[in-house]
Design a binder for this molecule. Structure first.
Ligand SMILES: Nc1ncnc2c1ncn2[C@@H]1O[C@H](COP(=O)(O)OP(=O)(O)O)[C@@H](O)[C@H]1O
Ligand SMILES: [Mg+2]
Length: 399
């Protein structure tokens, strides 16, 4: 009966578990000094000449290599330096994959600077006006981090262009908005307005992948601040670094680290051994995929499950769009759901492709005769299936 007492009596391996959380922003980011220093130089003018410049910077680089963490830490450092000098600069971070439309991003922005702001009842133009008015009234310069920007770009609305126009048209020479956009690579930005595009192209900071040694240093630092001394032998950290290096995504490393420590604790061990790491590394999907799975709507998730099932049933490594549709109809029927339209499902397919979940080759794209082959090569199919079903179950679908 004394579950908590029993657990609390056990010696913990952790000093501060929350510092292994992937959303935790540490005070230091080893091997990103150069990038933070470059950002500081680029934004120095915001402090030396308040409201006289507007910067638009684009950060590119693969998943899990510290883009988000670097920009958030930089935003914090910029706020700190400006506060010291009585200059009013605020950093706000918005993830466009979570907000999805320019409208939602704008609402989120305003709510981040004014937490009493209501959610509904405004047009986009209203919101831009409200934003300008707020910046004036509070004598504020806003640095906006638009993370995972590619998710907005496809919607044929150019938020960056609208925000830039505020600076140019409305503020009578005052510059009160700066932007840092984050994308995986520049090719995601084809739909932007030409002038926005050329501004951004001139100001790209490309984040390089970490080497194996750098990943080791980073995980060592995160382990040092979150674990007690001597619970993670060097050899074990090397193993985790090696596993992490194959995807390059530091989140994988943090997750394996956390799981292995939990497993060591549950076995009453004083330190992490190879078996803990082996178990900690089981059934893991890359974090990028888990994130996407978590935030997609259930209809889309059901279609993904249908693709997985069709691939499982097929003797081939790839299936046709038609096979996926047939499987989808079966899954929907079992769940008592009305399937989404052909073209909606086709759109899901294109989104999966952009999200790097599936690979697909379109053979023909006439409305009635859409032909494509679909395969999943980068992710473990059983793990993807397990995770998809788990999330669907948690949303009340009985698979
Ligand atoms: N240099 C670093 N030092 C410490 N932690 C890091 C470093 N780079 C990345 N991380 C951690 O790895 C995870 C992934 O980084 P993130 O910034 O989310 O990557 P990205 O935005 O490039 O996909 C985060 O939890 C982050 O805190
Ligand atoms: Mg990120």
């Amino acid at each position: 009966m004394e579950y908590f007492e029993e657990l609390l009596r056990r010696p913990s391996i952790f000093k501060d578990e929350s510092k292994l959380d992937i959303n935790f922003i540490p005070d230091k980011l080893p091997h990103r000094d150069k990038e933070i220093s470059l950002l500081s130089q680029l934004f120095l003018g915001l402090i030396t000449n308040p409201n006289s410049i507007s910067r638009k910077i684009l950060i590119t680089g693969k998943t899990g290599i510290g883009k988000t963490a670097t920009v958030k830490l930089f935003g914090f450092l910029l706020e700190k330096a400006s506060k010291k000098r009585d200059i009013n600069i605020k950093y706000v971070h918005v993830n466009c994959r979570k907000e999805r439309t320019s409208y939602k991003v704008l609402i989120k922005l305003i709510q981040l600077i004014d937490n009493k702001f209501p959610k509904r009842g405004y047009s986009s133009q209203d919101l831009l006006d409200i934003l300008i008015e707020f910046l004036y009234r509070h004598d504020l310069h806003l640095l906006i981090g638009l993370d995972e920007l590619s998710y907005l770009i496809n919607k044929h609305e150019d938020l960056i262009y609208s925000l830039t126009r505020i600076n140019d048209d409305t503020l009578k020479g005052d510059q009160r908005l700066s932007i840092i956009g984050i994308v995986r690579d520049i090719s995601c930005l084809n739909n932007l307005d030409n002038s926005t595009m050329s501004t951004l192209q001139r100001n790209i900071i490309n984040f390089k992948n970490y080497s194996k040694d750098q990943i080791y240093d980073i995980l060592k630092y995160r382990a040092d601040i979150s674990l007690k001394k001597n619970v993670l032998p060097n050899k074990m950290l090397e193993t985790i670094s090696e596993i992490t290096f194959s995807s390059g995504d530091v989140r994988t490393g943090l997750n394996i680290l956390w799981r292995s420590c939990k497993i060591a604790e549950s076995k009453n061990l004083k330190y992490v051994n190879a078996e803990c790491i082996r178990q900690g590394n089981q059934d893991l999907l890359p974090f990028s995929a888990l994130d996407i799975l978590e935030y997609m709507n259930s209809q889309k998730r059901i279609f993904l499950l249908a693709i997985i099932k069709a691939l499982n049933n097929s003797e081939q490594i790839e299936i046709s769009f038609n096979d996926a549709l047939k499987s989808y109809n079966v899954v929907c029927e079992n769940l008592g759901l009305k399937p989404k339209s052909h073209s909606q499902v086709w759109n899901y397919l294109q989104e999966f492709k952009r999200e790097n979940i599936i690979e697909t080759n379109v053979i023909s794209e006439k409305i009635k005769g859409r032909h494509a082959v679909i395969k999943i090569t980068d992710l473990s199919l059983p793990n993807l299936e397990k995770n998809t079903i788990e999330i669907l179950n948690s949303k009340g679908f009985k698979i």
